[in-house]
Design a protein around this ligand. Structure first.
Ligand code: ADP
Length: 477
């Protein structure tokens, strides 16, 4: 059995305990034993990052490019191996695992290029003989806290910009998926990154994550996870004036209008509701359908769902892997039961057994639902979607925006008028026309509105808003 340690100040450090990383497709498969750090480990990592600031904040763009490009190249070269590890520890299918790994590589390569393009502005002063320059500087030490559903892409889209813009990093991955996080740390440990610039501390959120959030030595926190934890982090960071960026959940609508291309609409709905086991914060969970196409659409979705193969994530031909763990499966089953109790018509959604023991669940479609039902208010984070029947586009738009969340929203229509109106009036950070609500590019901003997000956007050039701070310098020549 392999034992994986934390990486603090350029050294591999044992934790206070070790936790098994268990494959949700096959609970007899233990991927490895991963160090569990505590508050003292988190504090040691923060101190190491703090003392490394002069070595990285003043590094050259070439040094930053070289490190990030090397990481991107190695992840790309090892995409099959790392993608398989990802599928084993998280449960998304092998093609999805490999695809996410390639995405992570591309993110490192994108930010390698961005490191060369950290620009500024200069303006003449309103005072004679004076010049004004605006430049971007690193924030300092950034604490990165990530969830389990994208074990390599989310760490990549926080770590790569943090380093590209000259910050030092303390990183805590989700307890369920330490494997990909450890792999990134191991690759970084072989680059020319000065010691202490990047630190990995695996362990519980309540100990390691909480120490990052509350330490006066951590200048900024970037978090992706549940709304409950995010809201606690927002309050704690605000109280000590730390910069923060939080991505938390969604209840993403997808509108299907009578004039939609039915194949496009059905494929987009099935893709974004059920692939990756519905465990994406951009998953479509409320499918809002106008009455003229409602029955044909529901029939076609059910037909497609019946053909999906739910099985061990690494088997060829599997469309949907298991739910990530027992607790999440119990939660999903609870939401399905509640949808039925509240009057929804449920197809699928049962827990099922396969040749290997895992947390398998059939995809569920709940039809004949109303906006007030729990299934349309709360995020399930599993392969469960509901259908809401509406009269027309206006009602569909109002229904789409009737949610405390605002991450992603989609519409299937062949009407330019409705597509244009929806792009303008959807209260979501990301809007998709004739595309799944999930599945985004790596070089453009990602984020939402309302309860879904707080703070500056992630990814693309917009990432610099969070990972840099602006300096305005005046010079009398
Ligand atoms: P989920 O329910 O999907 O696991 P969480 O919000 O609990 O979502 O977890 C997301 C990340 O936040 C994980 O890395 C977790 O360890 C971390 N975390 C959980 N609680 C805290 C906390 N109190 N402070 C900081 N990080 C935390």
């Amino acid at each position: 059995m392999n034992n994986f340690k934390n990486y603090i100040n350029g050294e591999w450090v044992a934790g206070v305990a070790e936790a098994p990383n268990i494959n949700p497709s096959d609970t007899s498969d233990v991927i490895g034993l991963y160090a569990q750090g505590n508050q003292a480990h988190a504090e040691a990592a923060i101190a190491a990052a703090r003392s490394a600031i002069p070595r990285w904040a003043f590094s050259t763009p070439q040094q930053r490019f070289d490190v990030l490009d090397a990481v991107g190249n190695e992840i790309l070269a090892r995409k099959d191996e790392i993608g398989r590890l990802l599928s084993r520890e998280e449960g998304k299918t092998l093609p999805e695992g490999i695809g996410e790994t390639v995405r992570a590589a591309m993110i490192f390569k994108f930010f390698a290029g961005e490191a060369l393009r950290v620009g500024g502005e200069s303006l003449p002063s309103v005072r004679p003989g004076v010049g004004v320059e605006m430049s971007r500087e690193p924030v300092g030490v950034v604490g990165l806290i990530t969830p389990w559903n994208f074990p390599i892409a989310i760490p990549a889209w926080k770590i790569a910009p943090a380093l590209a813009y000259g910050n030092c990093v303390v990183f805590k991955p989700a307890e369920l998926v330490p494997g990909c996080a450890w792999t990134i740390a191991e690759i970084l440990s072989r680059t020319a990154l000065p010691k202490g610039v990047f630190n990995l501390v695996m362990g519980p959120g309540s100990k390691v994550g909480n120490t990052f959030v509350n330490s006066p030595q951590v200048d900024a926190i970037s978090f992706t996870g549940s709304q409950a934890t995010g809201q606690r982090i927002i309050a704690a960071c605000a109280a000590r004036q730390a910069k923060m960026q939080c991505e938390m959940g969604g209840k993403n609508p997808m509108i299907v209008l009578d004039d939609a291309d039915l194949d496009v609409a059905v494929n987009a709905a099935v893709q974004s509701a059920y692939f990756s086991t519905g465990q994406r914060c951009t998953a479509s969970s409320r499918i809002i359908v106008t009455e003229g196409v409602h029955d044909a659409f529901v029939g076609a979705v059910l037909g497609k769902m019946a053909k999906l193969k739910i099985d061990n994530a690494v088997l060829p031909g599997t469309d949907i892997g298991p739910v990530v763990d027992e607790r999440q499966l119990a939660g999903n089953l609870g939401y399905v039961a509640k949808a039925r109790e509240e009057g929804g018509n449920v197809v699928g959604g049962e827990a099922v057994e396969r040749a290997t023991r895992g947390f398998y669940q059939l995809p569920a479609l709940v039809t004949e639902t109303t906006a007030a039902m729990t299934i349309n208010r709360e995020e399930v984070f599993g392969p469960v979607a509901s259908v809401i029947r509406v009269k027309n586009y206006d009602e569909a738009l109002a229904m789409a925006n009737d949610t405390p969340f605002g991450l992603s929203a989609g519409i299937a229509t062949t009407s330019l008028k409705y597509a244009t109106h929806f792009k303008r009036h959807s209260q979501a950070g990301m809007v998709m026309v004739n595309l799944p609500t999930a599945g985004v590019d790596y070089h453009v901003p990602f984020g939402g509105r309302k309860g879904s997000s707080y703070g500056p956007r992630e990814q693309g050039r917009y990432a610099q808003e969070f990972f840099t701070t602006v300096k305005t310098a005046y010079t009398l020549a």
